[in-house]
Structure formats: C-alpha cells, structure tokens
Design a protein around this ligand. Structure first.
Ligand SMILES: [Zn+2]
Ligand SMILES: [Zn+2]
Ligand SMILES: [Zn+2]
Length: 1012
C-alpha cells in the first residue's frame, strides 16, 4: 500500500534542476563559451598574484596533425597538475607550446609543392611551411580547449614565432661564443631518403636483412715480418661485413693489439665452389697432386678465438695452425684491396671484439664512428664518396680502368649485390648469406639509414666549463651532476638520462634542410671557419626578432657585413662580397624545443619572474611532464642547453608517462584499427569522459585504452553524476547562511560523515600533490558509491523525506550533505572540470562565492571538520562492525521470509560488555543506520564476550546478540515505519505520531474527514 497521493505530497523528496542526463557533447561547448566569457584563465592569473608559484613548463607537441590519444593524455595530466596546484593555493600559469620546425612538415610541404618548390625562393617555401604548421597549431588548440584544458590558449608559444626563432639563434650564439661549437667532418646517421643527418634520438632500430659476407684481403707486406713460419706463403686476412657498399671506402683492417691471432692453413682443395671458381687462386703443381699441401694452401690470419667459427662459416675445410701472435704484430702490415687499386693498412683498435666476425675489422673512416676515429689516428682518407642521396662514386685515384665500375652512381642498397658480384669474380669472397638483424632506421620515413662522414656542426660534450663554485669540469660531467639535483618521477628516469648523457657522442646540431632556424654564421671562403663576433651576432638576432628566420635568406651579405672584414683566423684578403658565405644548414629541432626554457620561461612576461625565482633557488618548483621517450628528447636537449648557458638544469622535477596501448597491450596503429581518437570520444561521449579515463589510469605505467574502456568510464561517470544529483536534490530549501547547524550540534551520524569527508579531503589533497590522480579517481568513486549512495544517502531517506523540512535533525543532515557536496565538487574539479562547474551552479547560493568552481580553492580539512577525525572514525569502525552483523541477520530474515523490507523488522541488540559503552553512545543512531523500524539496546550479558548463535537457522558469529523479529505496531501510511501508535490525521488514515508532529511543524493541518 503506497501512501495516499495527498499524503505522499507531504514528503520532502529531492528536488533539483541538475539534470540526470548530462548531454556532454552538447553542453560542454556551452560551458567552454561561458569560461571564455568569464576570461577564466586571466581571472586565475589575477587571483594568483602574490601566491607561491608553481610552474609546469609545457613540452611542445609537434604541430603536424590532429590530436591523438597520447596528446590528450599528456595535456589532460598537465591540466590536472595546473588546476590542482591552482586550487591548492599556488599561482600556476600554463603557457602551452607547439613545436613547428622540422622535417615532417617540410616533407609534407615538399609533397604539396612538388616540382614547383625548386623554382620557389626560400622565403616562399618557409611561408608554406609556416602556414602548414599554423593550421595544425589552430586545430590542436581548438581540440585541447575542447577537452577543457585551461591555459594561455590565445597566445601559445610556437617555435616558429619570430621572437622564438630569435631566442633559438641567440642560444646558438651563446654556445658558439662560449666555445662549445665546432665544425667537423664526422660520420653521422644519414637518411638518404630524406637527405639529412639524423640525431641519435631520430634513429630507431628495426629488423633489416643485410648481406653477410666474409672477404679475404691478400697480405702484400712481408709475411715473415709477422712470423717466420709464414715466410714465402700466400697470406690473407679475412674481414666480415654486412655493408658491402662500404668496401669501396675500405682503408684499413683493425686488429685488437692484445688478442691472440692465428695464421692457419686451409685445405687447398675444399669443397668451396667459390674457391674453385676463383681464377687467380695460386695452386702449385704439388698442391694439385695432393701432397705437400702445407706448402701450397692459402694461409689466413684471424683472431684465435674465432678461427674455428670463421673456418666453418667460410667452409675452409680442416685447418692447421701455423703460427700464433698478438694482434699488435699486425700493425702497419698492408693488404691489397679486393677490387680497387689501393693498399689497405693494418691498424690497431681496442673496440675490436671477439663476439662475432673475424677479429679483423674492415675499416671505412667515412662510414663508421669508430672507423672515423681510427682513421684520424692513422691519418687515413675519410673523404665521403657517397652523396646525400646515397649514390656511390668511385675514388678515381683507386680506379685505373677506362670505364667506371658497375656500382658507380648506384644507391648503396643497389650497390650491395654488384659489389658482392665483384668480390666473387675476384676470388675474394669466401662466404655470402643473408642476415636478418636489428638495424638503425629513420624515425620519420622508416627507411634504413647509413653512416656517412659529412661536414656538420657539433656541440662538444667535453668542453671545459665552470661549476657554480668556480671549479672546473667538463660539460658532460656538469650535466650529470645537474641531473642528480632533479627529482625524477618515476625514479628510474634518473638512471636512464644519466646513462644517455654519459655515453652520448657530441651533439650534431646541423641539418641540411630549410624549415628551421638557420645556423646564421658567415664562413670564411679561405679557411671555412665561422666569424666569431658578438656584436654581429647581436645584430642578426635583432634582425630575426623583427623579421623572423626568413631574414637570413632575404638579407644580402653586404648589409650584414658592410666593411669587407678580414678573416681573423686565416687573414685571407678576398675581394669585397666574396670573402665569406652564409651557412644555410638549420639547427636540429631538438635544439629549438630544448631552448624553450630560455625562449619562453625566461623571456615571456607572464613567466619570467617565476622562472627567474626558480633559477635563483628561491624555492619555486619547475616541472617538466612528458612521455618516457623524452629522456632522449626534450628533457635531454633542454638539460644540455640550460647547463651550457646557465650552468644548471632547467627543471627541478621531471615526471614521465608511459604509453597508451590497447587492451591486449598492443601499440595503437591504423593497421590494427585499435586506435582511440580523443576528439571522437569527446564528440560522442564527452570531453569529460576522456578526462575521466586519463584520471583512471596510473600514468607512470603503460596504459590501456579502448572503446570498451571509454564506455566503462562513461558508466562510472553516470554513477558519479547521479550521486551529485541526489546530493543537490537533498539540498533543496537549504540556505547555508540561515539553516546551517553548528558542528557541535550535528547528529552523531552526520558528524561521522563530516569526519570521513575531512579524511577524504586530506588524502585527496595529498594525492594531487603527488600526482596520484588514479588514487583520487578510485577514492572519489568509492566515496560516492559506497559511502554516499549505498549508505549515507540511503539511510537518510527516512529523515530527509518524512521529517519536517526545518527540523533540527533534517537541517543537521542538510548541513553535512552541503559540506560534502561543496568539498567533493572542489576536489573533483581538476578532473571533472565541466561537471564540477555545473554542480557549482546548482549548489545553494552563498554570499561572495566565486563565479566558477575553478576560481575556488580546495577545501581545507579543518574547515570541513574541526577535529582530528581519527578517534571518531575509529569509534564508527566499531559501530559498522555491529552494523555488518546486523545486516547479515536482516538478510537471513529476508531469505527466510520472516520480513520483507528492513523497515518491517525490529531488533533487540544485547551487546557484549566490550561493545556496550560505544553502542550506548550511538544508541540513537542505530535505528537509522540499520534502516529498521526499531532498535532496542539491552543491558549487556554479564560476563558475555561473544559467540552467540542467533536467529533462525542462520548462525551468525558475533560478540553481540541480535534478536530480530517482525516489527510490532502498525505501519505508518506516510513513513512506512512500524510505529506503536498510528491514528487518522483528518481523512488520512494510519499516520504515526512522529509524522503527525512533522505535519504540524510543516503547518499542514489535518484535512477534514469527508462527511458522507
Ligand atoms: Zn628518413
Ligand atoms: Zn679564414
Ligand atoms: Zn510516520
């Protein structure tokens, strides 16, 4: 029987305009418009003045496409940091940035322009690149804003902005003037597809199949000088390589000075078809006859440890050791190049290993880092004869034929089989097979890369620098010392970047492209050295500030060097206008973005005071937060530029995120179709759902994302929203200024909930401070669902619906529900930015309240609840133990059809002596928290401490006795409690005395009985 409709109308049911259906895709843009109207970012800056500062310096995403999930994760986390720091009382400005220069954009523009590009002047190409980047800056900005991220979006920093380009150049001049920079020939990773040098960070290892060949080099110096046993023999050494195309550049064979080498005699007639085919294979008649083979077989020199392996790989048959000697013996031996007219030098090198190969290492100084340095030690020719597009050209000094070799002009990959064929023809090839191995590839185009010695600009890692105390060290060492002063989160980041800095080669900062900041120096035509002139540099920086990097292409040399200066280096006097040429190489984009601390944090009017305070060690934290790959990228290049120019790390804290993977742990890719598009999710489910997903994961690990997981977040969202709706509904008619009950007068259950809210507030604030957003997410969910929906709001129904609205008991509950809603709304605002602000609009009006939750601060724990919550929470833990037992009893009674709803039951509790004082204290709350019609607390059993079998056939183990039975009395038609006394209230039948008092308090007179 439900209450008569008229009686039902006297219940105070929840009432709010806060809609259950969020319609996030439609409503979020409206709220964004409202924030824009409020100029909320500017208001936050104004409010932040004078507060302690916290700076998250944004790492710029590359502006060449729409957002992907990684971007959304990155900006979402940053937004959590900035908003939570702001609400915790910091001034936390956020200037987002974009990385705009570089190869991916230039390649796209190349594709768009096609052959037209060749006829276009450089500034026109730069314009096209600039427009391309700007298009994606605008797109990404709108998408980041759509996700509710706050920041200075109307004025982000861009590495292609004029002032940024000027600062990048200024930073380069800083390196140049301080003596870090040199120009040198050096083998660098080179992508022949993109025709550019690549930094270490731009190389990725992928599987690649290479020809694996063993080649013999014939000794042409005196064999007896190596060992008497070799006198008069045909001696070879064997090299192994997987890059046959480097053999035309072969200048030396390297041996380890301390390894044992053996000279062994191979079977002169092995079943090696190549050997048999070899036309010039020296065979004496004795050898052909099969005797005296020790006098006839070729002799091979390889590392002793590898001899058996090499003999097997080359199918040399049974071998006999003739001599054994140290590698040092082989220095300055000479060999004949297998197809060029060139003598190959025996050299020593300690990087030679006995892991694989032969212990005799083919050395091409123009195509390998180790080879290059060995070449320098032995004064070998390191001229590169492979051009930018990867075409090989023969060394004319080593080719005495009227026609060029077959590999001439071919790309290195096409040259490989040609060179193998030449080796086979000359009899130098001992073995060829395919090797599938991990090989460096270009991270942009994924083509395999080569090593190529080119003229490049470098930053010398061993430059002498001064520590802040004036003592001297190397640049590399100082960078490592600075790493140690930074807090790395997770901690393994410190080892990773330390190892990278400790082992990295010099930083190659030049690229042979145009979309970037030119290395704007003048090179002497006489000696190829740059002019070092600080005043001239200053002038060019000013030019860049006014006109951008294009100015380097458009300003004639005479305008910049009007006085025909003489080179200070070589003193060459050259005709006016011909003494110097402009360098057109551009800077590595990692140099661009790596100077953002200088171009933005230290220079931008909105940031420079804060950043300077950080640099002056005034306790201002500077956080860099990016993906874990940035230890080799932006964290790395930023550290190096800051250590060189300011002698310190550019950050105090570095935090790294893992990768977003699908539910099976696979990387997201177009081909797998497992990608999750954050913009699509925002359009279908809401930006709030993307935000909630970001909060739901532990970002330091790799993170799973899928449509399914997004839908699950949407479900969680609906539950949270529902909790907010019920909270707001119960606040109807509550004016905090008028109705708030002082903390000391609250009902015990309400006090408990306030203590619990304070505890939650403390935890959540601490988790925000530690960037443990997933803990915030789980704690909020648990509180909303377990503490509020399933418990507090549920047991409050009787009080909230049936008591007089203005009664003390109901106001006590409303006071606490209001404080909970206030606290929870603020605490979730950094994550659920849209919804928290929507709830904020529906909260009871308070004088002087901020226009948006985002302008408010986190609740202070002591304002939520003034006492230390622990003792109260401990007491209630015990009350809940009793409640858990009682709920089991109730469930058993329901199963046994003794009762239906809990309100149909009454319980006598006979507590153990231990429990008695506490239950007495909360006796008045027991009915409510058990949601039954009556609880009677009996005197404790003398001496009883537990273990009572109770009601029905279901035994419950407890230390208190529960006597549960159907409630006596009569069911009230209004509140459905079983009450000792119910009577008619006018025409309303069966209204309990409690309800009658409530109705009187509400001013509802009993309706007259209808007279028949
Ligand atoms: Zn490439
Ligand atoms: Zn010169
Ligand atoms: Zn009643």
């Amino acid at each position: 029987m439900s209450p008569a409709p008229e009686l039902k109308a006297t219940l105070t049911l929840p009432q709010t305009a806060f809609p259950m259906k969020a319609n996030l895709p439609q409503n979020e843009p409206l709220r964004l418009a409202r924030w824009a109207e409020l100029r909320i970012y500017d208001q936050l800056r104004k409010a932040g003045r004078g507060r302690p500062a916290y700076l998250l310096h944004d790492g710029p995403p590359y502006a060449n496409g729409p957002l992907h999930l990684g971007h959304a994760l990155n900006k979402g986390l940053k937004d959590f940091v900035v908003k939570s720091k702001t609400m915790a009382g910091f001034d936390s400005p956020y200037v987002p940035g974009y990385d705009c220069h570089g190869l991916p954009i230039e390649i796209k523009v190349d594709e768009q322009l096609g052959r037209k590009k060749l006829e276009m002047p450089a500034p026109a190409v730069l314009d096209a690149c600039r427009a391309y980047a700007q298009k994606y800056v605008d797109l990404q900005t709108s998408q980041f804003e759509r996700l509710g991220c706050f920041g200075r979006w109307d004025k982000p920093y861009k590495t292609m902005a004029r002032d940024y380009e000027a600062r990048t150049l200024e930073a380069f001049y800083g390196f140049l003037e301080k003596g870090f920079v040199y120009r040198g020939l050096k083998p660098v990773y080179w992508c022949i597809h993109d025709r550019t040098a690549l930094a270490e960070a731009e190389v990725e290892y992928e599987m690649h199949t290479s020809p694996s060949i063993y080649v013999r080099y014939k000794l042409n110096s005196d064999p007896a000088a190596i060992h008497p046993a070799l006198a008069g023999r045909d001696v070879y050494t064997i090299i192994w390589t997987t890059t046959p195309w480097t053999l035309p550049a072969s200048m030396a064979v390297a041996f380890h000075p301390d390894f044992d080498y053996v000279a062994f005699e191979a079977d002169p007639a092995p079943d090696n078809p190549q050997m048999l085919r070899a036309p010039f294979l020296p065979r004496t008649s004795a050898a052909r006859a099969g005797d005296h083979k020790s006098q006839s077989g070729p002799v091979y020199i390889v590392a002793a440890e590898l001899a058996q392996q090499v003999a097997a790989a080359c199918n040399l048959g049974p071998v006999t050791e003739l001599a054994r000697f140290k590698g040092a013996t082989l220095e300055h031996t000479t060999y004949q190049h297998p197809f060029l007219d060139r003598s190959i030098l025996g050299v020593l090198a300690t990087y030679v290993t006995a892991d694989q190969g032969t212990g005799a290492v083919h050395t091409a100084p123009s195509h390998g880092a180790d080879d290059f340095y060995t070449g320098q030690r032995y004064n070998l020719d390191s001229t590169t004869r492979v051009d930018a597009a990867g075409h090989i050209h023969v060394d004319p000094a080593a080719w005495n034929h009227p026609t060029p070799p077959a590999f001439e002009g071919k790309t290195v990959w096409k040259a490989n089989p040609i060179i193998v064929a030449m080796l086979e023809e000359s009899g130098a090839l001992l073995s060829v097979s395919d090797l599938n191995h991990s090989y460096p590839h270009c991270w942009r185009c994924h083509h395999p890369v080569i090593f190529r010695a080119t003229e490049q600009w470098f930053i010398n890692m061993e430059t002498e620098v001064e520590r802040q105390d004036g003592s001297k060290t190397t640049y590399r060492q100082l960078a490592i010392e600075e790493i140690d002063k930074v807090v790395w989160d997770p901690a393994w980041g410190k080892d990773r970047i330390t190892n990278m800095i400790a082992t990295r080669p010099d930083w190659c900062i030049s690229r042979q492209r145009i979309w970037g900041v030119p290395i704007a120096v003048f090179l002497c035509q006489g000696c190829n050295q740059p002019i070092l002139d600080a005043a001239l540099n200053r002038k060019i920086v000013d030019l860049f500030d006014r006109e951008g990097a294009e100015a380097w292409h458009t300003t004639p040399i005479e305008d910049l060097l009007p006085d025909n200066p003489v080179c200070k280096n070589c003193r060459a006097i050259l005709p006016p206008g011909q003494g110097f040429r402009k360098e057109y190489d551009i800077l590595d984009v990692w140099f661009d973005s790596g100077t953002s601390w200088f171009a933005v944090a230290e220079s931008d009017p909105d940031l420079k005071d804060i950043y300077t305070a950080f640099q002056n060690n005034e306790g201002v934290p500077v956080l860099y937060l990016e993906g874990g790959d940035q230890h080799r990228g932006w964290f790395h290049s930023s550290l190096l530029t800051s250590v060189a120019l300011r002698g310190r790390a550019p950050y105090s804290n570095v935090s790294t995120a893992g990768w977003t993977l699908d539910e099976q742990g696979r990387a997201m890719s177009k081909s797998l179709g497992n990608g999750v598009d954050p913009v699509d999710i925002a359009n279908r489910l809401g930006g709030e759902i993307v935000r909630l997903w970001v909060a739901s994961i532990d970002y330091r690990e790799d993170m799973a994302a899928s449509e399914n997981l997004m839908q699950r977040c949407a479900d969680i969202y609906r539950k949270l929203r529902n909790t907010f709706k019920i909270l707001l509904g119960n606040l109807h008619g509550f004016d905090p200024a008028r109705d708030r009950i002082p903390e000391s007068d609250l009902l015990p259950l309400d006090r408990y909930m306030l203590a619990r809210t304070r505890e939650l507030t403390e935890k959540i604030r601490a988790w925000y401070a530690a960037f443990e957003f997933h803990r915030v997410y789980h704690a909020v969910n648990e509180f909303a669902i377990v503490d509020l929906s399933n418990f507090y709001i549920d047991v409050l129904k009787d009080r909230m619906y049936t008591f007089a609205p203005t009664s003390h008991a109901r106001r006590s509950a409303q006071t606490v529900l209001w404080q909970i809603t206030e606290a929870l709304t603020r605490l979730v605002a950094p994550i659920l930015s849209f919804t928290a602000d929507e709830v904020w609009d529906h909260l009871p009006k308070v004088e002087g309240r901020e226009a948006s939750v985002h302008l408010a601060q986190f609740p202070n724990p002591e304002e939520v609840f003034s006492e230390d919550p622990s003792p109260l929470l401990e007491e209630w833990k015990q009350v809940f133990e009793v409640r858990d037992y009682a709920l089991k009893e109730l469930e058993a009674a329901r199963q046994g059809k003794v009762i239906g709803k809990a309100l149909e039951a009454e319980i006598d509790i006979t507590p153990s002596r231990r429990r008695e004082p506490l239950l007495q204290k909360y006796a008045d709350s027991l009915k409510e928290i058990l949601n039954v019609s009556r609880v009677t607390l009996k005197d404790s059993l003398p001496g009883h401490h537990g273990q009572v079998m109770s009601l029905g056939s279901t035994p419950a183990v407890s230390d208190s006795q529960f006597d549960l039975r159907p409630a006596s009395g009569h069911k009230c038609a209004r509140c459905w409690n079983f009450m000792p006394e119910v009577s008619p209230y006018g025409i309303w039948q069966n209204v309990c005395t409690r309800c009658q008092s409530a109705l009187k308090e509400m001013g509802i007179d009993p309706p007259e009985a209808v007279v028949e």
